[in-house]
Design a protein around this ligand. Structure first.
Ligand code: HEM
Ligand code: HEM
Length: 165
């Protein structure tokens, strides 16, 4: 087994920030996609503008899926730096679980979107825009809160590990 790295590699950092940007973009800009989905449900033809923005949502999401595969391969082959020793074991486990769930969502969210958009699967559409979307928002909030706790409560510099660390 390869030695545990002391920092994230530059490709891992680049993927983290690029994917964060793309995911947040799709979380915030999904209105046209909803308009298109509703138009199809009513048997109407969506407007050209809505279709354009819906396709952007789809391509951005598919990019997340592809980048997620590269990121997972890097994570499995290169690994990640260990959690700071000061962190309580239970929270170390919680952070592993949260990061693991992020990876699962990198695939489940785009796949459910593809199921809804290209195959008209209503259950996939419900999961995509309901529980999976909410779980992603929740994890992002917890992720940022955890970084703040590290920085200001435990005073462990975890926040710099995705930048210069
Ligand atoms: C990072 C990946 C993605 C994120 C974060 C994301 C996020 C979202 C959000 C926030 C909504 C609005 C749901 C609501 O509030 O009701 C939505 C709707 C939708 N997205 Fe995505 N999406 C992603 C990828 C995709 C992909 C790859 C596709 C298809 C190729 C897609 C297709 C759809 C469809 C069809 C809807 C409408 C669902 C419905 O109302 O039935 N999404 N998405
Ligand atoms: C959509 C938004 C985000 C997602 C999906 C996300 C996901 C992740 C994941 C999965 C990891 C684990 C490392 C890996 O395997 O790549 C991680 C680590 C990290 N993230 Fe994020 N992140 C997001 C936003 C942010 C933001 C906004 C910040 C800063 C304010 C941030 C700062 C960090 C830092 C510092 C680490 C390293 C933590 C450690 O070493 O344990 N992330 N992120």
């Amino acid at each position: 087994m390869a030695a545990v790295p002391t920092s994230y590699s530059i490709p891992q950092k680049a993927l983290h920030w690029l994917m964060a940007l793309l995911i947040l973009f799709n979380l915030v800009f999904a209105e046209s996609m909803e308009e298109v989905a509703e138009a199809y449900e009513r048997g109407e033809v969506p407007s050209a503008e809505d279709l354009t923005f819906a396709n952007i949502h789809a391509y951005v999401g598919i990019a997340v899926l592809c980048l997620g595969l590269v990121r997972l391969a890097l994570r499995l082959t290169r690994g990640a730096p260990a959690a700071p020793a000061e962190e309580p074991p239970l929270l170390r486990l919680a952070s592993k679980l949260a990061h693991g769930t992020f990876y699962v969502l990198f695939f489940l969210i785009p796949f459910s979107g593809i199921g809804a958009y290209y195959f008209g699967n209503e259950t996939a559409g419900f999961l995509h825009g309901g529980p999976l979307k909410s779980l992603m928002w929740l994890l992002i909030a917890v992720h940022i809160l955890a970084l703040l706790v590290h920085q200001f409560y435990w005073k462990t510099p975890v926040a710099t590990r995705m930048t210069r660390g």
